[in-house]
Ligand binder design. Sequence first.
Ligand code: F6P
Length: 323
Amino acid sequence: MRRIAVLTSGGDAPGMNAAIRAVVRTGIARGWDVYGVRHGYAGLIGDDMASLSARDVGGILQRGGTLLGSARSAEFETVPGREKAIRNLNAAAIEALVVIGGNGSQTGAHCLSQMGFPVVGVASTIDNDLAGSDITIGVDTALNIALEAIDRLKTTASSHQRAFLVEVMGRRCGYLALMAAIAGGAEAVLLPEVSVQPEVLAKELHEAYLRGKPHALVVVAEGAKYNAERMAEYFRTHKDECGFDLRVTTLGHVQRGGIPGAFDRILATRLGNGATEALARGQRGVLVGFIRGEVVTTPLADVVGKQKPLDPALVEMAGVLAR
Ligand code: F6P
């Protein structure tokens, strides 16, 4: 192995820069050239890549976002798009690619691998919906950002005896919402995995009101059947059912920006290092993730298209503790 490339793809996640730095410096330590591809798979197709030195990745460990830029490329989802990407990699004499990203990005990595190009994935998404890693890069920081917002909202909610719907990210997976609800002491949580009808939530909030709660915080995953907007629509026309006056806050991309915490910097560094070491061991077509406290590899074939289930015991516990 003499030359590898690294890219970040899909939604950015705090800690991606630490992963890039680890891939580059571990590669250089092994005597390899390491290329950075800009803007994910779009940069592979557009031949937008350049060699990175150890100095180029200096001072990025503590920065949010991704030095390389990220994108969701529709062209890469086509066979001609992927063929073009492989032609560009071969023309630059790149022998293997590290893909730092979540579900969609690892599906792309698997496609490249099936087409014969050596790839190793690094588990990175704030959604934590990727099989092959108990926890993915960015989750912990995103969770702490959501928690800070919840803590702040609780104080103003208490002053006015209000209910708040706080929408967090998570299209298909409610991990962030569930953990934010548990750690933030929310009165209820709405998840993509568990359907809750508006009347049921209204009843729960009303009961909390009657029990003398000064506020009610409901954490809503964006992918819940009734997201914050749809749920608020119901409460607009059923004002009296809830007891509390209701407000909505959508956190959105605020959770993806900003400085990665210590956990994500260390996780990303270990996984980036692990990806380069996996390539050095001759591993191909695998995802590098973190399972039971260890950096492990799982075949991409066993990762893509899999639904990572929420722990039902934690869902139940959140309900019990909300009383
Ligand atoms: O996959 C990460 C994620 O942040 C999801 O939680 C969210 O639904 C999506 O990306 C948003 O995507 P975009 O940044 O393209 O709007």
